[in-house]
Design a protein around this ligand. Structure first.
Ligand code: NAP
Ligand code: ZN
Ligand code: ZN
Length: 348
């Protein structure tokens, strides 16, 4: 075990605060990563505040980890000391079930895999995330990172990136397809970049027009405010695919009405409250309502390689660790352009 600095939530209501945690020694198949940057995902906030169910505290959030390899175990073949390396939402899974064998570890039948923080690891200890200076992870769950993109901008790809890339690929975003993205936050702005890079016609549906210039610069062709009721009349029956990234409850029927025949609305936003819909919103035009959870390891690597090829990274505001609580408040106020990333060297 070795002790490293970190920032942890100690209860659902207290601000996060500095602490130390233990990382395991580097085993034969392990990679030790010196974390340089860690993104702040809205899921970190849901977790830290026990919005999805009671957490065990203290918990160190963070699953958008980008850093440099500083040690490798004797059987590690994928990485060398000095390589860029990333870790997303998963650090392990059963590796044997039908979904793990298909490279869809996020749907592991044995409980959905071992999450980077807040899960019980094989050694019985609670996993702790990336708001820390180092992490030890099995090489199979470590990703190779783009070399042509600034490392701070790479970190959010490990969750916001894959979570939007995966449903866009699954539901066929590409030339000739009209894709809408609800919410221009961390996930939403990556969805816009990817859908544009895949060749789709992209529309942002944001609460207001405040971020319109950014949305168009990021690759959107159109931008509408959902606070304006005319938006829903004008765009009725338009889209082949809508990706909903909103962290709060929405009127699903209103958004389903924007889908064309056979269109799909995919929810990646994960509000704690149940959502409801009228089935007629689906039946009348053969529409689908679907969900998607991050992505498996092979698809995450595919997404990172796509980003390397297209020079895609997140739009980030880099902050020192002492500003984590302030950043949480700003995310909750939809005041994020477009991902806060912690400079984890400020924890050293
Ligand atoms: P975020 O940066 O806070 O972005 C969410 C955006 O939704 C906001 O920027 C805002 O965009 C819009 N929004 C917020 N509150 C709203 C409201 N009350 N009504 C309408 N729109 C609202 O959050 P994020 O990190 O992108 O995460 C978004 C959600 O996805 C969270 O629930 C998170 O837990 C979840 N998530 C899911 C997965 C998965 O695997 N499925 C992975 C990661 C995250 P505008 O200002 O443009 O309206
Ligand atoms: Zn996340
Ligand atoms: Zn499995």
């Amino acid at each position: 075990m070795h002790t490293v600095n970190a920032y942890a939530a100690t209860s659902a209501t207290e601000p996060l605060s500095p602490t130390t945690i233990e990382r395991r020694e580097v085993g034969p198949r392990d990679v030790l990563i010196e974390i340089k940057y860690c993104g702040i995902c809205h899921s970190d906030i849901h977790h830290a505040r026990s919005e999805w169910g009671e957490q065990t505290y203290p918990v160190v959030p963070g699953h958008e980890i980008a850093g440099i390899v500083t040690a490798v175990g004797s059987e590690v073949t994928k990485f060398d000391v000095g390589d860029r390396a990333g870790v997303g939402c998963l650090v392990d899974s059963c590796r044997e079930c039908v979904n793990c064998r298909a490279g869809r570890e996020q749907y592991c039948v044995q409980g959905g895999g071992t999450l980077t923080f807040g899960s019980v690891d094989k050694d019985g200890r609670l996993t702790q995330g990336g708001y820390s200076t180092h992490i030890t992870v099995d090489q199979d769950f470590v990703l190779k990172l783009p070399r042509n993109v600034d490392l701070a901008q790479v970190a959010p790809l490990l969750c916001a990136g894959i979570t939007t890339y995966s449903p866009l690929r699954h539901w066929g975003a590409g030339p000739g397809k009209k894709v809408a993205v609800i919410g221009l936050g961390g996930l939403g702005h990556m969805a816009v970049k990817f859908a544009h890079a895949m060749g789709a016609e992209v529309t942002v549906l944001s609460q207001s027009l405040k971020k319109m210039d950014d949305g168009l610069r990021l690759g959107a062709d159109h931008y509408y405010a959902t606070s304006d009721p005319e938006t829903f009349e004008k765009l009725a029956g338009t889209f082949d695919l809508i990706v909903n990234t909103v962290s709060a409850k929405l009127d699903l029927d209103a958004y389903l009405g924007l889908l064309a025949v056979d269109g799909a609305l995919v929810n990646v936003g994960a509000p704690a409250e149940p959502l409801s819909l009228h089935v007629f919103s689906l039946l009348m035009k053969g529409r689908s309502f679907a969900g998607s959870l991050i992505g498996g390891l092979p698809e995450t690597q595919e997404m990172l390689d796509f980003c390397d090829e297209h020079g895609i990274g997140a739009e980030v505001e880099v902050i020192p660790a002492e500003k984590i609580n302030e950043a949480y408040d700003r995310v909750l106020a939809s005041d994020v352009r477009y991902r806060f990333v912690i400079d984890t060297t400020t924890l050293a």
